[in-house]
Design a protein around this ligand. Structure first.
Ligand SMILES: C[S@@+](CC[C@H](N)C(=O)[O-])C[C@H]1O[C@@H](n2cnc3c(N)ncnc32)[C@H](O)[C@@H]1O
Length: 405
């Protein structure tokens, strides 16, 4: 069985990471989530690109392939392979009583010619609903969205696909959480109104078992990934690390306040970049700001880290110069400065030698889908290949490599 979701930029990518975490935790580390990236994100109808991408995936699938099409705001709590094992069907979905009975957030598909014809029809109807603002509004009122209106029409049309209906509280639990038998829920679906609040850390009236699932699977932040790799505060020597690219000190202050003894070098120019430099052209929004903004960021860093006294040292220097000023033997270096290929490659080369044997070289913003111009991934993967080391990808677009000497 293959898990498939589509991420079309509208939602926070951390939802996709949370879904991936839940799949690995429930179905084992071998279970993979395929992420489709629709390129036609039509402003009029945001479902258009998603349904096209799902349709293309099903049509291109191999006969007999078992696909589970999931919205990004779902969590897998019980292995859905049993659904495919239990019943003969081509398409399975989870209708529920109420205003919008159809929800296309969870659709099980066995690939064959019947399902190929079904997804063709689903896409055609969805695209037709998306043709005018009036139709989009009508589909939203009638079915909760053009994709659902299109799905309902494809079901009602003469389809030769065998369609199964699954209990929605088990396989697409998207409301009525209080009524669900919590140990039977296979897929939890936290639609917009809930995941938006949870992502902002706001309170909700969700029951404890739902909040617990969220807490288990929501992706960590970059400082969680750093802290996981730093020696603990009980070790005889306090760990020492450098953060290269600090901005307002959000990451630094979180590391310092969550680790009682770590010492940090905070390296940043806090200078608006020279026009034409790799940083200025990297597509980074920060690089377009003026000196006043950078002065403000430095002040905020000082305020955010002041209470940690001598445990942190501000090094206001360009990365490559700072690397020559700091004593080697660091437990961890975290690179988060110029995300262009040239910038990141130069930082990796400058800082790798400062990491002690068994320490970590890592950084932020690898494979960031919202910023395709950044090229951290290429610089990191070339380094990993050349050195023959293992790349670890963490939450919040982080990467880490253990340095051995
Ligand atoms: C993405 S921000 C850092 C965010 C921070 N690590 C965090 O997690 O909150 C990038 C920072 O890198 C700094 N920077 C960019 N190029 C640099 C270079 N060559 N040397 C030093 N700092 C640099 C910028 O001034 C900016 O403050």
């Amino acid at each position: 069985m293959q898990f498939v979701t589509s991420h079309y930029g509208g939602q926070d990518f951390s939802l996709v990471q949370a879904l991936r975490n839940s799949i690995k935790s429930t179905c084992g580390t071998g279970a993979k989530l395929e992420i489709l990236r629709p390129d036609d994100v039509n402003a009029l109808d945001r479902f258009r690109g998603k349904i096209q991408a799902l349709r293309d995936r099903v049509v291109a699938g191999e006969d007999g392939e078992e696909l589970l099409l999931l919205d990004a705001d779902t969590f897998v709590l019980r292995n859905p392979a049993e659904v495919f094992g239990d019943a003969e069907f081509d398409i399975a979905h989870c209708p529920r009583p109420g205003r919008f009975p159809t929800n296309t957030g969870v659709v099980f598909v066995r690939v064959n010619d019947r399902t190929r014809r079904f997804v063709d029809a689903w896409m055609a109807y969805t695209l037709a609903w998306g043709e005018s603002e009036k139709l989009v509004a009508e589909a939203a009122k009638q079915s909760g969205g053009t994709d659902q209106a299109g799905f309902e029409q494809a079901l009602a049309a003469e389809t030769d696909a065998v369609v199964a209906e699954l209990p929605y509280l088990e396989w697409n639990c998207c409301q009525d959480f209080e009524q669900a038998a919590t140990d039977r829920v296979g897929i939890l679906h936290l639609k917009g109104k809930w995941h938006k609040r949870l992502l902002k850390g706001q309170d909700t009236d969700l029951p404890a078992w739902v909040l617990d699932a969220w807490a288990r699977f929501k992706p960590g932040k970059r400082w969680d990934e750093i802290l996981r790799r730093l020696p603990g505060p009980q070790t005889d020597r306090p760990p020492v690390m450098a953060e290269v690219g600090v901005w307002r000190g959000a990451c630094s202050s979180n590391v310092l306040s969550r680790h009682a003894t770590v010492r940090m070098y905070l390296v940043d120019t806090w200078r608006a970049p020279e026009p034409g430099s790799s940083y200025a052209d990297s597509g980074d929004q920060l690089a377009a700001l003026n000196q006043e903004n950078f002065d403000d960021a430095l002040e905020r860093t000082k305020r955010a880290t002041r209470s940690h006294g001598a445990r942190c040292v501000i090094v206001r220097q360009p990365s490559l110069r700072a690397a020559k000023m700091i004593r080697p033997g660091l437990d961890l270096v975290f690179i988060d400065a110029d995300h262009s290929y040239e910038g990141c490659q130069a930082d990796i080369e400058a800082w790798r030698g400062l990491v002690r044997d068994g320490g970590w070289l890592g950084g932020h913003d690898i494979d960031h889908e919202q910023f395709p111009k950044w090229n951290v991934g290429q610089a990191v993967r070339e380094f990993v290949e050349r050195e023959g080391c293992r790349l670890e990808l963490g939450d919040d677009h982080t990467w880490f490599v253990r340095i051995t000497k």
